[in-house]
Design a protein around this ligand. Structure first.
Ligand code: VG1
Ligand code: CO
Length: 542
């Protein structure tokens, strides 16, 4: 029976860069999750009978919300729910299922790289029929509905057992529990030359994939071990845990320090990789070298044609604005399109749907292609492996040759986490106030050539996203970008992105902190970071 339950609105259900993210106890307030899910349904033009994909990264509270979402789908007239076994689906696997099964959308439960557990973070995100995150027009509509919600609809009896594969009924709703890995692994096999990668692995090439006790464990084990023949211990921290083993499933130099240490050792593996909580991010580490995500986007774009799925070449590349311009140099040399979008995967969807771009990426360890509409950690690892299997060179050699051909964009991101929100907003406001007078100003040897607050007009639907980050560009093309994170759950996080192009191969072996020294100092002078936040050092440098 469908029951209508009275509820009262919360005023803070505005989705951020990637859905609604809050602390678990915040989500555990009465009806908090139900209100948001009902607001999603209320914002959609549902005719009845639609298919909905449901799954999450398995973090604490995942199961409860999956079961609730199934019962609410039954209460709101859906015809079929496709749910990952035990409520598990990586974000890219969910995107794939939405597309392959012709679903009208999907509900993905994740707070991505944020820590989990009873005091950790939780999140809910809605993806649309193309498999990608809902565009801003829809997230805005969801937020509007959440402000006035007065009831939600739910099927009264308990949801079916989601630990067993197969179909059951909940009223008129068919609930189909699927293997979270099978369809995704088949998709990967259709894109990459598994036989070539298998022979690379058989030649003694050693891989270390760190799943960080998050969702990619089963995906990496099935693909790297079962299908590509890597030894079982090639996948570490492979068992997903509700609290990610107490760790922070963010594949960066701080939280994946153990992986990096293994790859820096003389007798270490040849190739290291890690993914995040929900499996959409990737970190690539070669023997003795950490590949910066912006460089990885450029290298993958320049070499994608070596993999069967991209043998016809790529149509174009899109990168988020703060991502380094290394990919632009590839696009320019290859004569293909390059697009600069605001931060967040939702801005890539239209470009991918229109066939304008094939590969997209963000500096935050996200790369992906038109095979799904999310960034995809395991996909990036496999594309790297396919390239390595074709070129039979080390990661370091590939990077050095890439820089020699295209030049090197030295790059760093400095994060100041959990700073006072008023101080953070004050810093950004002050920057915006000074934009008009910035051009022509000199800081040491640097002269500002342009300064603006990034605004994006989507070339397909004409929608505009303003206020996406302050850019200070210097003559010669070096940049400092300031923006506030839209995924944090406590205080504010200031991200400062610093970039300098170096054409001279003799200088490509400099350490990024040396190559960027003057810009790093200038970022504090212009942004007044120390003065306004009281922080003398960033918490994380990536
Ligand atoms: C961060 C990253 C952004 C990414 C987003 C979601 O956003 O900077 O590039 O798309 O997280 O990634 P923000 O607003 O905190 O800078 V994930 O892996 O959370 O889905
Ligand atoms: Co993620």
């Amino acid at each position: 029976m469908i029951e209508t339950i009275a509820t009262t609105p919360y005023d803070d259900q505005k989705p951020g860069t990637s859905g609604l993210r809050k602390k678990v106890p915040h989500f555990q307030q009465p009806n908090y999750a139900a209100n948001f899910i009902q607001s999603i349904f209320d914002a959609l033009p549902l005719d009845g009978g639609e298919t909905l994909v449901i799954g999450g990264d398995g973090r604490f509270y995942n199961r409860e919300v999956v079961l609730m979402a199934i019962r609410m789908a039954a209460g709101n007239g859906y015809g079929r729910v496709i749910v990952g076994q035990n409520g598990i689906l990586s974000t890219p696997a969910a995107s794939n299922l939405i597309r392959q099964r012709g679903a009208s959308g999907g509900i993905i439960l994740s707070a991505s790289h944020n820590p989990g557990g009873p005091d950790g973070d939780f999140g809910i995100k809605y993806n649309v029929a193309n498999g990608g995150p809902a565009p801003e027009r829809i997230t805005a509509a969801i937020f509007e509905k959440s402000k006035t919600i007065s009831r939600y609809r739910v099927w009264t009896s308990t949801a079916p057992d989601i630990s067993k594969l197969g179909e059951t009924k909940l009223g008129d709703l068919t609930v189909e529990v699927v293997d979270p890995v099978a369809d995704y692994a088949a998709l990967m096999e259709s894109l990459f030359d598994f036989e070539k990668i298998r022979s690379l692995v058989a030649s003694g090439f050693r891989i270390r994939f760190d799943a960080m006790h998050a969702v990619t464990g089963p995906y990496a084990t099935e693909i790297l071990v079962n299908r590509l023949g890597a030894p079982a211990d090639s996948v570490v921290n492979a068992v997903p845990k509700e609290d990610f083993g107490g760790g922070h499933p963010d594949p960066n130099a701080v939280h994946a320090a153990d992986l990096i240490a293994h790859l820096m050792a003389a007798d270490g593996p040849d190739f290291g990789a890690a993914s995040d909580g929900d499996g959409d991010r990737n970190l690539i580490v070669g023997k003795g070298i950490v590949v910066s995500p912006s460089d990885s986007l450029a290298v993958l774009s320049a070499n994608a044609h070596l993999a069967p799925g991209y043998a016809r070449g790529i149509a174009g590349i899109a990168r988020s604005m703060p991502t380094s311009q290394a990919a632009d140099r590839v696009a320019e040399k290859r004569g293909i399109g390059i697009y600069e979008t605001p931060t967040g995967w939702k801005f890539f969807g239209n470009l991918l749907d229109a066939g304008k771009v094939t590969i997209c990426g963000e500096e935050s360890a996200g790369t992906g292609s038109d095979h799904v509409r999310e960034k995809d950690g395991v996909w990036a690892v496999l594309l790297w492996l396919n390239i390595l299997a074709e070129r039979r060179e080390s990661v370091r050699a590939i990077m050095e040759k890439h820089w020699a051909e295209f030049g090197r964009n030295f790059y760093q991101r400095h994060d100041y986490e959990e700073i006072d929100a008023r101080a953070a907003n004050g810093l950004m406001e002050s920057l915006r106030d000074r934009l008009a007078s910035m051009a022509g100003q000199r800081f040491g040897t640097l002269v500002v050539s342009e300064a603006d607050d990034f605004s994006y007009k989507d070339p397909i639907d004409g929608s505009v996203a303003a206020g996406q980050g302050v850019r200070i560009v210097f003559s010669g093309g070096s940049r400092i970008v300031y923006r506030l994170s839209g995924t944090g759950t406590k205080g504010a996080t200031l991200r400062v992105y610093i970039e300098r192009f170096e054409p001279d191969p003799a200088k490509h072996s400099l350490a990024p902190e040396e190559a960027l020294k003057e810009l790093i100092d200038t970022a504090d002078v212009i942004g007044e970071i120390k003065k306004r936040t009281g922080r003398s050092e960033p918490d994380v440098v990536t």
